[in-house]
Design a protein around this ligand. Structure first.
Ligand SMILES: NC(=O)c1ccc[n+]([C@@H]2O[C@H](COP(=O)([O-])OP(=O)(O)OC[C@H]3O[C@@H](n4cnc5c(N)ncnc54)[C@H](O)[C@@H]3O)[C@@H](O)[C@H]2O)c1
Length: 377
């Protein structure tokens, strides 16, 4: 176990969605070892959840505050070095702040926090403490997304004129809001679907095209009357380059599971990638037949090749994409052992998390003003 990163987890207890994905992803490359956890909101459920996954009783904590306090008392070679934060959104800020202040690295799910003031404080703290803070914008880890980014930056499409992200799910159509933290402004934040899945769209556009949003205007939708937060939104984008874009999200579209589709149009061609068929990237050069680029092949760019773990024809997906983020964050954590600031490459950082939080704030500002154009600061 000597070289492995000692990881703790906050959230991700019995019945939770993304915590188990983080655990599997962290273990996929053998780079991390899960040592401790405060996995749930009650001590009893935390204990049961920790035992379920084989944590020793003395490293299962009743709360994240107790985990922080007790881990700091352990000798450095036993103590966790990093913590994964996989709780509902409202806990991201206090947990990330406290662990970062104590010098731990953090892997936090999106949206990073509720407000840009909180995000700015985390950026400042991570710089002061020289810690890694990765934000798990999952789709950053897909090889064919990296390939798309490489093709755009190397000019294959020419100037980008239009970008579209369509992200549709159905699960909130029949959901009972009283059971959902995502429908509760106290826990989800000022936004529902935009914070939950729209942030993936904002991040993907930036990652693939490098375009910066200059202004946006947005309209929200709610499939159920009385719902406090939006379960969908349509967001028009003007980029600083003059290009135009659109992010459409909904968590209340019947028949849609995790239908994320990205389309990028340039003067010389276009790209299309779909999350439910992620091993393929469709490239349409202007005036020529469309090509299908396939994951795992030597003709792909270096980052797409190195982030693949299986040969072509053997499908990879969500877990491997998460594992790619853990791997690259892990390299930064390992290189920071001994007090040297680690090189932060190949994964979304606290700064991208902050940009996502600002994006949500601006979208909600526009929605509240009846779809008025608002400028990103
Ligand atoms: N990157 C992605 O693709 C992706 C996908 C799903 C969710 N998420 C994000 O992950 C986070 C968790 O979402 P989820 O769907 O797994 O939620 P969930 O409700 O399924 O799980 C949340 C877990 O946090 C635990 N928890 C609540 N309060 C706690 C506390 N005080 N201490 C410790 N644990 C506590 C709950 O008991 C539960 O185990 C959210 O921020 C969400 O936006 C990201």
């Amino acid at each position: 176990m000597n070289g492995r990163i000692r990881l703790g987890m906050v959230g991700g207890g019995r019945g939770a969605f993304i915590g188990a994905v983080h655990r599997r992803a962290a273990l996929l490359d053998g780079m991390y070892e899960l040592c401790a956890g405060a996995l749930s909101s009650t001590p009893k459920k935390s204990l049961e959840s920790g035992r379920d996954i084989g944590l020793p009783d003395d490293r299962i904590y009743e709360s994240w505050e107790q985990m922080l306090e007790q881990e700091l008392k352990l000798p450095e070679e036993r103590r966790i070095e990093a913590v994964s934060v996989v709780t509902p959104n409202h806990l991201h800020y206090p947990v990330v702040k406290a662990f970062t202040e104590a010098g731990f690295h953090v892997i936090c799910d999106k949206p990073l926090v509720h407000t840009s003031q909180e995000a700015e404080e985390l950026v400042r703290l991570c710089e002061e403490k020289r810690t890694v803070c990765a934000v798990t914008y999952t789709y950053a880890g897909y090889p064919m997304v990296k390939q798309a980014a490489d093709m755009v930056s190397s000019g294959v499409l020419g100037n980008i004129t239009k970008v579209m992200v369509i992200y549709l799910q159905e699960w909130m159509l029949a959901a009972d809001d009283k059971d959902l933290w995502r429908a509760d402004p106290e826990r989800s934040g000022i936004s529902g679907a935009v914070a939950d899945i729209g942030t993936h769209g904002e991040y993907l556009i930036s990652l693939i095209t490098g375009l910066q949003i200059d202004q946006l205007c947005a309209e929200a939708s709610r499939a159920l009357p009385g719902r406090q937060l939006e379960d969908g939104a349509d967001i028009l984008l003007r980029f600083t380059s003059g290009a135009r874009g659109l992010i459409t999200v909904s968590q209340a579209c019947a028949g849609e599971e995790n239908g994320l589709h990205v389309k990028v149009f340039g003067e010389k061609g276009s790209l299309s990638w779909q999350q439910e068929n992620p091993n393929y990237l469709f490239y349409a050069p202007l005036g020529q037949p469309e090509q299908i680029l396939k994951r795992g092949n030597d003709y792909l760019c270096a980052s797409a090749r190195s982030s693949s773990s299986l040969p072509h024809g053997h499908p990879e997906g969500f877990l491997e994409a998460f594992a790619d983020i853990y791997r690259n964050a892990g390299k930064a954590i390992l290189s920071s052992r001994g007090g040297v600031s680690g090189e932060k490459r190949g994964f979304p950082t606290v700064r991208e998390g902050m940009r996502g939080v600002r994006f949500v704030e601006k979208v909600i500002e526009s929605i509240k003003q009846d779809a008025r154009w608002v400028k990103m600061d």
